[in-house]
Design a protein around this ligand. Structure first.
Ligand code: GN1
Ligand code: MG
Length: 374
């Protein structure tokens, strides 16, 4: 893909254009408000109020997702599955069809837009503050996986080929590093590069276990970071996992590792200043405990045994992706300023270092999986 294509796609559409797009969907009128929403790094998201109802409008990044309509059909599979299991109390945003009955709108410039209902009375949390909130996260992820594990992995389309393919991310990093002249002259880049080169062997651990048939491909969320978890405004119960773009076949361990890398790093993905990046074991324990309660009946011993590896792998993978994107000129992840991807790579790598120092504690947490206290 060429640079200009992505930059063009990144320009914020004008209000009038947004209004026309919204009106192509089956919604009540009049459209009362459209405003930017959330802090996703890939798609553009807006909150829409129309006829007193609130919706989420998104432009799916066509430079990332090769066939955005596959995302919508996967969401419909999830929705059907959630309706079959109301006992799991899982809320799924409802896709609103266009006035011509399509699941999404292909605009004249080629971008695909979709409109969903906003999950009402639900809030996101900037960080987990209590063990109860952490338990809710584990319970939700466990229920989500339980809901989906009865589906064959190929019941879902691949929306993002190569997603969480850590060996491929490493290969790309190495080729970009070789291609970008003078990349290593920046001392901050050099620190990240050395860190990544020292840990190349880590990249293939889970992929190897999968290729040897030790762990199965199942249906996963792909991006269960804290920002994508909604809690009931009143009861505090976790209600929904949103951002379903990467709902597709994958490894459960990718989801577990990704959720923990996000939730247990309480200073966040962009922490600045004097905050020391740390993996908070007091958050990890209730998440894993609650997750184990939900998944005990079907999660395999091989998957459980690899959880500590996954916890170390996912921040490494994300750090590698941020660093590669920095070297490539910030083409994939949105940045507010140059250098942001490099800084965020450093934060993920610091998290890996902290996790490495806590490896024995993390193993001890996981080894209690089948014991009565978990
Ligand atoms: C991206 O879509 P968004 O902004 O929620 C990324 C995830 C990363 C995350 C880090 C499709 O998520 O893999 O973990 O940023 N999604 C994609 O915040 O690449
Ligand atoms: Mg996402």
């Amino acid at each position: 893909m060429r640079r200009g294509e992505i930059d063009g796609a990144r320009q914020a559409p004008k209000r009038a254009v947004l209004g026309t797009i919204v009106e192509a969907f089956e919604i009540a009128s009049p459209v009362e408000a459209i405003e930017p929403y959330g802090r996703g790094l890939i798609n553009d998201t807006f909150r829409v109020v129309a006829g007193g109802t609130r919706y989420v409008l998104q432009r799916i990044n066509g430079a990332v997702f090769p066939d955005p309509l596959r995302i919508m059909s996967n969401i419909q599979v999830l929705d059907r599955q959630a309706r079959l299991h109301p006992d799991l109390g899982f809320r799924v945003p409802v896709l609103i069809a266009t006035r011509t009955g399509e699941a999404g709108l292909r605009a004249p410039d080629g971008n695909v837009w979709r409109l969903m209902t906003l999950i009402e009375d639900a809030v996101g949390l900037p960080r987990l503050e209590t063990p109860e909130q952490a338990r809710e996260v584990g319970r939700l992820l466990g229920r989500f996986h339980t809901l989906l594990q009865s589906l064959p992995a190929d019941a879902l389309s691949v929306t993002l080929p190569g997603f969480h393919d850590t060996p491929a991310y490493l290969a790309r990093f190495l080729s970009v590093l070789a291609r970008v002249e003078g990349a290593r002259n920046d001392p901050d880049v050099e620190i990240g590069v050395r860190f990544a080169l020292d840990r190349q062997a880590l990249a293939k651990r889970l992929a190897d276990a999968r290729d040897r048939g030790e762990i199965p491909v199942r249906v996963i969320h792909g991006d269960p970071k804290l920002d994508n978890i909604l809690f009931d405004r009143d009861s505090g119960r976790a209600l929904a996992l949103i951002d379903l773009d990467t709902l597709q076949p994958g490894l459960i361990l990718h989801d577990i590792g990704d959720c923990l890398r996000s939730c247990c790093n309480r200073s966040g993905e962009s922490a600045g200043g004097l905050n020391r990046v740390s993996f908070d074991l007091a958050v990890a324990e209730p998440i894993l405990h609650a997750y184990a309660e939900q998944t005990r009946a079907w999660l395999s011993a091989e998957e459980i045994a690899l959880i500590p590896e996954a916890i170390r792998l996912m921040p490494f993978e994300l750090g590698l992706r941020f660093l590669t994107d920095h070297l490539e000129g910030d083409r994939y992840f949105k940045v507010a300023e140059p250098g942001e991807n490099l800084r965020k790579a450093g934060i993920q790598f610091d998290l890996v270092t902290d996790i490495e120092g806590k490896a024995a504690d993390i193993r001890a947490l996981v080894s209690r999986w089948n014991a009565s206290e978990v």
